[in-house]
Design a protein around this ligand. Sequence first.
Ligand code: F6R
Length: 327
Amino acid sequence: MLYGYEDWPKLSLESFKLGKELNPRSLRVGSIKYDFEPTSVVITGMGGSGIVGDIVRDSLWSYNIIVHKDFNIPKWVDSRSLVIAVSYSGETLETICGALDALKRGIPVVGVTTGGRLASELEGRGAPVVKVPKAIAPRFGLPNLLYAVLGVLSHYLSIPEIDESIKIQEDALKSELPGRLASFVRGHVPMIFVPLGLQAVAYRFKNDLNENAKTPAVVAVVPEADHNDIVAVMLKHPVKYIIIRGRTDDVHDYLMRTVEEVVRSYSSDVEVIELKGSSRLSQEVYGSMLLGLVSIKLAELYGIDPVRTDPINTLKEKIKGISCPSN
Ligand code: F6R
């Protein structure tokens, strides 16, 4: 079973259209104007919705994109910024608080969700909301949320290579790597090295390993990891090393080759994953899909249900009644 991965190309295209159809530039919510050139874009959301912000930040790295994973948005954000609040369910407290805090402070907010309280709170205040199709669980709805956000942003920023980033998904679907890599990491903690600029792929993989395969994982972002994480290779741990290689620039490419050399000089438990695609967006979408499938295969090897995330539900239930921070 592929948990809807096979529909990603179709959903990506549909969701980009949905995001584009909602042109917030024509809107005004009370005194808040949406027709402006934002000095920054703040993308707020948690977990499977929050990773959308990481992918957008890496992909549109020449813009000022801030990823926010908490309640009220930072104090410095003002009406020259655009806030995009992403919550698959529309019920995530952190994201709802962030969106309402922004609107209260006169900052334009666009919601991206399947519905829930986020949609009703924003719509009740006249703010725009893109409603995306449902998936099996939030993380399986990545194309729905990501491409809807890109559609919205296409009214403000120049978006690269949408077509390539959708076409490349077929390559990830056809790859035989997921089964092989799942057997490689089985029974171990994966330590994932990734170059800065493509780190969202590693974080998405970590999250999928956590949620689908109920497995802890470590992300080591290079160059910072060259100054700390790398030292862990000196001792034998129940760890398998995964090195994600993509194209950002020659220096980071060289650094990743060097990391590989050093890790291999201590351990033979190393696999290198080459990201396909010419833009960062394509590489991140390709990597997210390919490595997501690894986490599904690993869940199968462990004989567990990838969909269940009981501790998340328990935690959400426990915090349900709390109010947004007052600032
Ligand atoms: C569950 C999952 C979680 C959620 C997170 C936020 O499948 O992936 O990481 O994404 O708890 O919930 P939403 O996405 O509904 O705002």
